[in-house]
Design a protein around this ligand. Structure first.
Ligand code: GLU
Length: 412
């Protein structure tokens, strides 16, 4: 398994030349400012106590408080959390929101916990890290396998510990408890705004544009659903158990009902089953990996046939695989831009919490669209101006912003 932090650093080194970074600057941008490791005791339903390892990586806060989600997964590791926190730094910079980058995680398979255990673990994580987070310090949010309910427990625990209501300490909350309208859909919706721009630039008509989406969690589902709503042809989706394909396009809402009933998208009426990760090898115009890191790697990259890839997951393509894609003329819209819709609406939520004044959903979506389309166009122009790939263009713009803030303070 390729090391995500090594990959994230490799991507940084690849653009260091474009930006003419010196060794000190590169070193400054290569490691988290602070990395927190905690052990969380969890009282299980059967009365026993189990220990869980949790992390929080505070990568960079030069542009504002650390910001990034908390992941619950059995494969969470220190290098993974560090990589994700580095990517959050570039993501917040390219999205032009006043945050740095952070990420957290717990090594746990949440499917093995009861609701009560999940709540106690989430509260335990906050008890372990609460002194290191805060509305102006570090602002967590959901990530893989965490959601609004978990954020609500966490904020409630935090508020109890600090003795006041500080809703903006965590974003991605339920609308009934300080959340923003549009936040749940935001990562997928932002990806579709990117998809629309890409289609415009490349002269693709939605109804003739076929899309395959790997991963049917929050991000993959809303990306597929909103793309379908706008007339794109979502021909294939998959989850960890397998995938489905229908040439004329899938009804995404029905696929979700089917998954809710049976636990997987597989065996959906009128569609063909696809095994494992074969979805990545389909003949489609656009491929959207929306699951985990390293989905497209040295082993399968030569089989990728899509002309465009929109990275809705974080780090779904290894640097080695990306070189091959570049040679094969595949345009990759990088994660830190493509999936920045989520953290952008997290920022809107944080602003609304601070003001105590809440916006209509249309207003949220409009503001999101403006931000992400601007970021896309700026990055696209930079790519053409410097004749580099899309990721390098996005990184160049983002890293420059982070360094400009660090320089203004005299840090580097
Ligand atoms: N976990 C999401 C991401 O990777 C959202 C982070 C946030 O809203 O802070 O971008």
């Amino acid at each position: 398994m390729s090391d995500p932090f090594k990959n994230a650093k490799q991507q940084l080194y690849n653009v260091a030349k474009v930006l003419d970074l010196n060794d000190q600057e590169l070193e400054y941008l290569s490691e988290p400012k602070k990395f927190i490791v905690v052990s969380i005791p969890l009282k299980m339903d059967d009365g026993s106590t189990k220990m869980f390892s949790g992390f929080r990586s505070q990568f960079n806060d030069d542009r504002g408080p650390f910001k990034g989600g908390i992941r619950y997964h059995q494969n969470v590791s220190i290098p993974e959390v560090k990589a994700l926190s580095m990517w959050m730094t570039w993501k917040c910079a390219i999205a032009d929101i006043p945050f740095g980058g952070g990420k957290g995680g717990i090594i746990v398979n949440p499917e093995e916990l009861s609701q009560g255990e999940l709540e106690r673990l989430s509260r335990g994580y906050i008890r372990a890290i609460y002194k290191d987070i805060g509305i102006d310090v570090d602002v967590p949010a959901p990530d893989v396998n965490t959601d609004g309910q978990i954020m609500a427990w966490m904020v409630d625990e935090y508020n109890t510990l600090v003795g006041r209501q500080e809703l903006g300490v965590i974003t991605g909350k339920p609308v009934d408890f300080g959340g923003s309208l549009g936040r749940t859909e935001a990562t997928g919706r932002g990806g579709v705004y990117i998809l629309e721009q890409l289609a415009k630039k490349k002269g693709m008509k939605p109804k003739d544009t076929s899309i395959a989406v790997q991963g049917f969690g929050n991000v993959g589902y809303y990306f597929a659903l909103i793309a379908e709503e706008l007339g794109f042809k979502v021909v294939a989706v998959s989850d960890s158990k397998g995938g489905i394909y229908k040439e004329s396009g899938l009804n995404i809402e029905k696929v979700m009902s089917h998954k809710n009933a049976g636990g997987s998208v597989k065996d959906f009426e009128g569609a063909k089953n696809i095994e494992g990760d074969k979805i990545l090898e389909l003949v489609v115009d656009i491929l959207a990996p929306a699951a985990l890191e390293n989905a497209i790697n040295e082993k399968n990259v030569e089989d990728v046939k899509a002309k465009y890839i929109i990275e809705m997951a974080n780090g779904p393509i290894t640097p080695e695989a990306e070189e091959v894609l570049n040679e094969n003329g595949v345009l990759v819209v990088p994660d830190v831009l493509a999936n920045s819709g989520g953290v952008t609406v997290s920022y809107f939520e944080w602003v609304q919490n601070r003001e105590g004044y809440y916006w209509q959903e249309d207003e949220v979506n409009e503001k999101l669209q403006k931000k992400i389309v601007d970021a896309f166009n700026q990055s696209f122009d930079e790519m053409e101006r410097l004749k580099i790939n899309f990721r390098a263009a996005v990184y160049a713009l983002a890293i420059k912003k982070v360094l400009d803030s660090a320089r203004a303070k005299g840090v580097v």
